[in-house]
Design a protein around this ligand. Structure first.
Ligand code: CAA
Length: 263
């Protein structure tokens, strides 16, 4: 396995397609997302996306913090021209959006600023009851710069997003669930097991239909309804070209478990 300095990676589960668990690992800095970490995270995600033995990816942090934001000590000296010339934030933060396999964020503790934005870049968020979400950038003289001003209003409504981004207040896990930011809240001790179980469930399904479903939902998130429905129709027709569709339906009709071949 590849050695990283700021993340840890491991494989879970059995079978042809396993779960890759990526743990953000700068505990002393509450997993502040510096350039090194985002580059390593991007490299790990790309490698797992290309690995046929991996069906789903889980990203998590520590008990205290998923991530407390972009690294403020790294950002403080940044000038406009540095940020513009190096395409600051986009350059190694956007990799996660190009991953075609499902990516689940398992969040305990702080998910603030870039940490909240990173969680929102994942396909869904499972939260521990200790999770705290916020976009506190306004308190340090900036505002969210890794998609927060765009993804938060889509996830939780304009009113709530404005409230969070302009006041910098945190949401606890229950409020985040009520607002629709997270898909489930579980006791902190059950967080990783719950996320791995969801990921293993996904790994058991036919990979083409999983990938197509993710693509279609992202289209809903990013485009208009008419465009999204047309896109869904095209991929829905395509899924009938897969062996897994015949297998899944035959298994149902003959009352036996399916043997997906991920093709
Ligand atoms: N960047 C760099 N270092 C950070 C950090 C960050 N975002 N968050 C925490 N740390 C460091 C602290 O400086 C501290 O380091 P030292 O031990 O060397 O002093 C260490 O992590 C532990 O943090 P605290 O002592 O502050 O821990 P706490 O339990 O008292 O407080 C906290 C926890 C409320 C999360 C607090 O650390 C905090 O407010 N952090 C900053 C949150 C923030 O503003 N995030 C947004 C960053 S900007 C951004 O993300 C831009 C973007 O849109 C991409």
């Amino acid at each position: 396995t590849t050695e990283y300095e700021t993340i840890r990676t491991e494989l879970h589960g059995e079978g042809a397609r396993r779960v890759a668990l990526v743990t953000l690992n700068r505990p002393k800095q509450l997993n502040a997302l510096n350039d090194r970490l985002m580059t390593e995270l991007g490299a790990a995600l790309k490698a797992f996306d290309a690995d046929d033995g991996v069906g789903c990816i889980v990203i998590t942090g520590s008990e205290k913090a998923f991530a407390a934001g972009a690294d403020i000590s790294e950002m403080k000296p940044l000038t406009f021209i540095d940020a513009y010339r190096t395409d600051f934030i986009s350059r190694n933060w956007e990799t996660i959006r190009s991953v075609r396999k499902p990516v689940i964020a398992a969040v305990a503790g702080y998910a603030l600023g870039g940490g909240c934005e990173l969680a929102m870049m994942c396909d869904f968020i499972i939260a521990a009851d200790t999770a705290k979400f916020g976009q506190p950038e306004i308190k340090i003289g900036i505002f969210p710069g890794a998609g927060g001003t765009q993804r938060l209003p889509r996830a939780i409504s304009k009113a709530k997003a404005m409230d969070m981004i302009l006041t910098g207040r945190n949401m606890d896990a229950d409020e985040a669930e009520r607002a629709g930011l997270v898909s489930r809240v579980v006791p902190a001790a059950a967080l990783i097991a719950t996320a791995l179980e969801a990921a293993e469930t996904i790994c058991g399904y036919g990979a083409p239909s999983v990938t197509m479903a993710k693509e279609c939902v992202n289209r809903a998130y990013e485009g208009t309804l008419a465009d999204g429905v047309a896109f869904e129709r095209r991929l829905f027709h395509a899924v009938f070209a897969t062996a897994d569709q015949k297998e899944g339906m035959d298994a149902f009709l003959t009352k036996r478990p399916p043997q997906f071949r991920h093709e």
